[in-house]
Design a protein around this ligand. Structure first.
Ligand SMILES: C[S@@+](CC[C@H](N)C(=O)[O-])C[C@H]1O[C@@H](n2cnc3c(N)ncnc32)[C@H](O)[C@@H]1O
Length: 370
């Protein structure tokens, strides 16, 4: 997802954009920090690095963390939490890194003020991120707080909802720009549909969320935040294309409906209960993205038949459409009877998944089928 995130940052006029594994660096001012939290669809957390040290053990880490003047960021009445990510032969346990960092901060306050801020995992005044790559340790403030995939529209969920950031990233990868028909005919709780509707409506994904980490910071500028939010709200437009969702399970359709109204996008999407083989897209061309069951709970023959059914339905009903399928079941994809024109590997949490594109051309069907 790093490349699509870098593209989004370019659109926000971020400077010095640099892509690395699982992260994209950029530079900007406070206004950009707020905008990034509000508008980026494919970022999970936006971290503000405050210090980098080179350390080889927990005691060195403790001393370095103690050198930072933490009273610049929190008072002894505030709360904090620490998240550590460690890839190092010198540090084995991220929990121990968090513990030593916490001790250093608590000891600094105790020495100075005889009182220390408490740890609060749920809703801290300051969320601190410690990232250790071999000896390089970067201490950052997490301006997002809770991960940005928590948009605020999902109150109840089905069994296997897709992460919102992954859903938005898949749509970005597909190149769909909100201007042509869009279908998810295995929509479950509607994550892909809702992310698509937000893109079509030009609605920032953070607009329905009421909390971001930076709001608890000492330097929070609420006037600036309100101004940015208002400007972003003014850019929302009516959805004029067809966005269609369906699923075989009527209960998940109810959840989709609920999530869509939480996202204030109910009128932008049509949805129905339908078996995929009977589903038909809006006339003309467009994009279909589905995330079918991976088949963990199905017998091998059944899952092969299931994917064959998907392929047959695509050939019969989706001519003119670009179809994208996300699944962890590489083997099952072979039963579609279609040749992909693009193949991407992504991660759904720790699970490796494939995103394949099938172009359902009119008149050139045979060339595309295996
Ligand atoms: C992995 S879930 C999709 C999750 C969805 N992307 C979300 O974020 O909630 C797969 C969905 O496919 C639906 N499904 C399974 N078989 C189907 C079929 N034959 N026709 C239509 N939908 C089907 C299931 O009901 C389930 O909601």
């Amino acid at each position: 997802m790093e490349n699509v995130l870098a593209e989004e940052l370019k659109e926000l006029n971020a400077q010095e954009i640099k892509t690395t594994t699982r992260a994209v660096y950029f530079e900007g001012n406070k206004e950009l920090l707020y905008k990034a939290n509000l508008q980026l669809r494919t970022a999970l957390n936006i971290l503000v690095p405050i210090k980098t040290y080179y350390v080889r053990n927990e005691d060195e880490l403790y001393k370095c963390v103690k050198k930072i003047d933490w009273s610049k960021y929190i008072s002894n009445k505030d709360t904090f939490s620490i998240e550590s990510v460690v890839h190092s032969k010198f540090f084995k346990h991220s929990k121990y890194v968090s513990l030593k960092t916490k001790d250093a901060i608590a000891d600094q306050f105790r020495n100075k003020f005889n009182e220390r801020p408490d740890v609060n995992i749920e809703n801290p005044s300051l969320k601190i991120n410690v990232h250790i790559n071999q000896e390089k340790c970067t201490i950052s403030l997490d301006s997002s707080g809770e991960s940005l995939h928590k948009r605020g529209y999902r109150k109840s969920k089905n069994q296997a909802p897709l992460n919102e950031v992954l859903a938005a990233g898949i749509i970005k990868h597909s190149g769909w720009d909100g201007k042509t028909n869009f279908v998810d005919a295995m929509c479950g709780s509607g994550t892909i549909l809702i992310e698509a509707a937000m893109i079509a409506a030009n609605k920032a994904p953070g607009l329905i969320r009421d909390k971001f980490g930076f709001m608890n910071w000492k330097d929070f500028d609420s006037v600036l935040w309100q101004k940015i939010k208002k400007k972003s709200e003014e850019k929302i437009k009516d959805v004029e294309i067809d966005i269609l969702g369906s699923d075989i399970n009527s209960n998940t359709i109810k959840i989709t409906e609920e999530n869509l109204s939480n996202a204030e996008l109910k009128d932008s999407v049509k949805f129905l209960t339908k078996q995929f083989s009977q589903s038909t897209p809006p006339e003309g061309s467009g994009t279909l993205i589905i995330n079918p069951p991976y088949g963990e709970r199905m017998k091998k023959n059944d899952i092969n038949d299931f994917y064959k059914m998907i392929g047959d339905a695509l050939k019969a009903n989706y001519v003119g459409y670009d179809a994208w399928i996300l699944t962890s079941n590489k083997e099952a994809l072979k039963n579609l009877g279609l040749r992909p024109s693009k193949k991407l590997t992504l991660f759904n949490g720790p699970l490796e998944v494939k995103l394949h594109k099938y172009e359902m051309y009119k008149g050139s069907k045979k060339a595309k089928y295996t």
